[in-house]
Write a protein that binds this ligand. Structure first.
Ligand SMILES: C[S@@+](CC[C@H](N)C(=O)[O-])C[C@H]1O[C@@H](n2cnc3c(N)ncnc32)[C@H](O)[C@@H]1O
Length: 359
């Protein structure tokens, strides 16, 4: 081989490696690079054990049913998946209906802005994001509304990531994040002018407990909107395929048990809310929210190879390979949930805290 051929081969291999690691693992839009994947607050050597511990919860279903165990179980889950979500999906950990002619990024932002438009707040109002993740929705909502947004998440690592992103986006003055349990929030009664939760309250062992807590911290007259994960009227608990899909979603997403769409408004009223509007945003004429998961299959294999290589080289924690595989299987259950119409991640409920108990 002459020297030109050697030079070309080296350049090609080098370029390929750079493309594989730096371009495919780009942090520009998503916030994470493949080479930085971690186990959140869990040290690299403990990721695999924590992954096993996560699954052991499902071998003891009674433990998941116990309210006090759930936040720990959810926290472990988000330590394991937060970096992978950011790398593979983006800074907003939720779905949105596809919009013809719009990118996933724009469709995501529009879905987020709709939440804050529904709660009718003014610039400068203080609102709460219940279960804020790494703050993708919070930043879009603060930028769109100029409201002051306080986010709460159970996961310490997400707090750190959200603060870094807020700072980078120049939104520190509008966005604040606290680590805490949304079942016992560290805020006084009647604090917020509005509240929203995007695909987060599904993690509460009892919906009533988190709704009651949100009701408590809202000012009288304030609005709350939630995008809930539910089984729809098409779900048949006697159909074994339906049961398999729903259990697959629960296990791969740290859910103590999916609730029926028909429980949502009942629960909101039970804690004192007045229900202003309720609508499944996934229903026609909305375009499928799961298209992105289907389209992501090739990307998954590409990413999986990269994670296996990085784990073999000792760059990514060993257990990340298992976590990534779990998320791929879950994506399949979610897609089947969407295709069959038995599951929705965007059952929207808009509620008002009455001005006085008599209202
Ligand atoms: C699917 S993520 C959605 C995050 C964010 N709303 C978004 O759309 O990007 C669910 C979020 O709920 C939070 N969460 C779950 N259970 C919680 C609890 N008991 N207290 C506080 N946050 C909780 C998780 O930490 C995570 O940030």
């Amino acid at each position: 081989m002459d020297s030109l051929a050697i030079l070309c081969t080296v350049a090609l291999l080098g370029g390929g490696l750079y493309w594989f690691v730096c371009v495919l693992g780009s942090a520009e839009q998503k916030g994470k690079r493949a080479i930085d994947l971690s186990g959140g607050s869990i040290s690299a050597e403990n990721v695999q054990d924590n992954y096993k511990q996560y699954w052991s919860f499902f071998r003891r279903p009674k433990e998941i049913e116990k309210s006090e165990k759930v936040p720990d179980f959810v926290d472990t889950f988000y330590n394991l998946v937060t970096d992978i979500y950011e790398w593979g999906w983006g800074q907003s950990f939720h779905f949105s209906p596809a919009i013809p002619g719009k990118s996933h990024r724009d469709a995501t932002r529009i879905h987020e802005e709709m939440a804050v438009d529904l709660i009718k707040i003014k610039p400068g109002d203080k609102i709460i994001d219940v279960g804020c993740g790494v703050g993708g929705p919070m930043r879009a909502i603060a930028a769109h509304s100029r409201a002051k947004v306080v986010g709460i998440t159970i996961n310490e690592y997400q707090v750190k990531r959200a603060r870094q992103h807020n700072n980078k986006a120049g939104l520190d003055s509008l966005c604040d994040v606290v680590c805490g349990n949304f079942l016992q929030m560290p805020f006084d009664d009647d604090t917020f002018a509005g509240a929203y939760s995007i695909e987060a309250t599904c993690h509460a062992p009892k919906l009533e407990e988190v709704y009651a807590e949100i009701f408590r911290v809202l000012k009288p007259g304030a609005l709350y909107v939630s995008y809930e994960w539910v089984t729809t009227d098409k779900y048949n608990p006697e159909d074994s395929e339906h049961v398999e899909i729903i259990q697959g979603i629960e296990r791969g997403d740290a859910l103590p048990g999916l609730r029926s769409y028909s429980d949502i408004a009942v629960t909101a009223r039970k804690v004192g809310f007045e229900v202003v509007e309720e609508k499944d945003l996934a229903k026609l004429p909305a375009r499928p929210w799961w298209t992105r998961l289907k389209m992501g299959r090739i990307a998954y294999w590409r990413n999986h190879i990269m994670i296996c290589v990085l784990a073999a080289l000792g760059i990514a924690p060993k257990g990340t390979v298992d976590v990534h595989e779990m998320l791929f299987k879950t994506a399949d259950y979610l897609t089947r949930g969407g295709d069959t119409g038995i599951f929705s991640p965007m059952h929207m409920i808009l509620c008002r805290k009455p001005i006085s108990a008599a209202d």
